[in-house]
Design a protein around this ligand. Structure first.
Ligand SMILES: CCCCC/C=C\C/C=C\C/C=C\C/C=C\CCCC(=O)SCCNC(=O)CCNC(=O)[C@H](O)C(C)(C)COP(=O)(O)OP(=O)(O)OC[C@H]1O[C@@H](n2cnc3c(N)ncnc32)[C@H](O)[C@@H]1OP(=O)(O)O
Length: 219
């Protein structure tokens, strides 16, 4: 028996190109690597696939054909493997979630040197249970967003020293949630940051974090 279910995925607001926050378009990563045309659309498609797989009970035919197709794709991607400094995933700061599939896709609405606000929509891939976002996905969201502000200006590398998350109320999946991040203060190498995740006016989670700029030669 199949159940009709509404498809709540939001319509894409714009072609998923590499759009900078000032509206201009680039075909390069932050450090100059050329990004193949359609790369961010491919990432969007894989994100959707993860949601579709999480939400489905496929028949044996679909399981078999998917297993075969994925094996073929794995072989093809393996042929194009590169070392970390040349990879694209995680390095596309103009793409929601930096094109890193483990990171929820945050769409930035406003951004400045000291903070940002944006929105995020967690699909079934990020379900914990009972329609609520997995508790581990929320620190991932904050680590990624706050980390961005620890490297603003000069592009210095930094690392999370602590990330404290308070879960104030449930964050529903398949709902457009608002997210904010801002720099609280900077003391030498120490960057103290805060973030919030909201469903309308209701606070779902808040984070405070310390990021440390790495010293010269520090791994
Ligand atoms: C990562 C993405 C790279 C991608 C590159 C591509 C594109 C870049 C563009 C955009 C990137 C956008 C976003 C970035 C996204 C995500 C960022 C994710 C970052 C991470 O996910 S990264 C992994 C998790 N992270 C770790 O794997 C850290 C393990 N750890 C260590 O590596 C060391 O532990 C370290 C370095 C943290 C500190 O070591 P250290 O030797 O440099 O410093 P030291 O210990 O001397 O402390 C100096 C002063 O900080 C105080 N202090 C230190 N720790 C504290 C704590 N926990 N609580 C309170 N205070 C603390 C001390 O008390 C002292 O304070 P004071 O100076 O006042 O005495």
């Amino acid at each position: 028996m199949s159940h009709e279910s509404p498809d709540p995925r939001p319509e894409p607001v714009a072609p998923a190109a590499l759009v900078r926050t000032d509206g201009s378009v680039t075909d390069r990563t932050w450090d100059g690597h050329l990004v193949p045309e359609g790369y961010s659309d491919m990432i969007d498609g894989v994100r959707e696939l993860l949601d579709r797989i999480a939400a489905a009970v496929p028949g044996a035919d679909l399981v078999a054909s998917t297993t075969k197709a994925v094996a073929e794709l794995n072989d093809r991607f393996a042929e194009h493997a590169v070392a970390e400094p040349d990879q694209l995933s995680g390095r596309l700061i103009t793409v929601p979630g930096r094109a890193q599939l483990a990171v929820p896709a945050v769409h930035i609405d406003e951004i400045g040197e000291d903070g940002m606000s944006g929105h995020v929509w967690f699909g079934r891939h990020f379900l914990g249970s009972n329609g609520v976002v997995h508790g581990g996905a929320i620190p991932m969201l904050f680590d990624d967003l706050l980390g961005r502000f620890a490297i603003v200006g000069g592009g210095a590398r930094s690392r999370t020293a602590f990330l404290h998350v308070d879960y104030r109320s449930v964050a529903p999946i398949e709902t457009t949630l608002r997210v904010t991040a801002h720099v609280e203060r900077v003391e030498g190498r120490k960057h103290f940051l805060r973030g919030e995740l909201l469903d309308g006016d209701r606070l779902c989670a808040e984070a405070s974090a310390l990021f440390l700029t790495l010293k010269d030669g520090q791994q």
